[in-house]
Design a binder for this molecule. Structure first.
Ligand SMILES: [Fe+2]
Ligand SMILES: [Fe+2]
Length: 167
């Protein structure tokens, strides 16, 4: 069982989202080399922990964090589709989330602004800054694992080049 699901309070806060049939579909979508649901659960959980530590609204933070990437992309996405999605997906996620859940202004803002500064929507609440920051930390971690082998290859080439250069 994941660390997120072992936390009873966190699980109770996000239960109605996790039980939603439309939301469950994001488990089938690849995102940073893992499922979009796993990515969203990490962002939601660590944002919830940070918000709790900072005495912010951790209930809304957990919900906003979980819904921040709630958009359904087609399986046959091209590289161009992925690139365009980087800029437009917060808006798509907000539309999808509003269609299936009752959201507060704060939760809406967390979804809308999580890609700041790539996306010009500036976070309006401290909780939105938490989700946006945690999302970046989690994404860098996931992407570094996804491209691990390519990085190893690049390091080997760099090493080979240096050996040749210094001898
Ligand atoms: Fe995102
Ligand atoms: Fe994300």
């Amino acid at each position: 069982m994941s660390v997120q699901k072992q936390d009873v309070e966190f699980t109770n806060i996000v239960k109605n989202i996790l039980d939603n049939e439309e939301f469950k579909k994001i488990d089938k979508i690849e995102h940073h080399g893992i499922s979009r649901l796993d990515h969203s659960m990490r962002v939601a959980y660590y944002s919830y922990k940070v918000a709790k530590f900072l005495r912010l609204d951790y209930v809304k933070t957990a919900r906003g964090g979980l819904l921040h990437d709630f958009f359904l992309s087609p399986e046959d996405r091209t590289t161009k589709d992925r690139f365009v999605s980087t800029f437009v997906h917060p808006k798509e996620a907000l539309q999808t989330a509003k269609k299936h859940f009752e959201l507060s202004r704060k939760e809406e803002d967390m979804i809308r602004s999580h890609m700041f500064p790539i996306n010009p929507s500036v976070p309006k609440y401290a909780e939105s800054w938490v989700v946006s920051t945690v999302d970046k930390v989690v994404a860098v971690n996931e992407l570094s694992l996804k491209f691990k082998f390519k990085l190893k290859y690049a390091y080997s080439l760099a090493l080979l080049f240096m050996i040749n250069f210094v001898r």
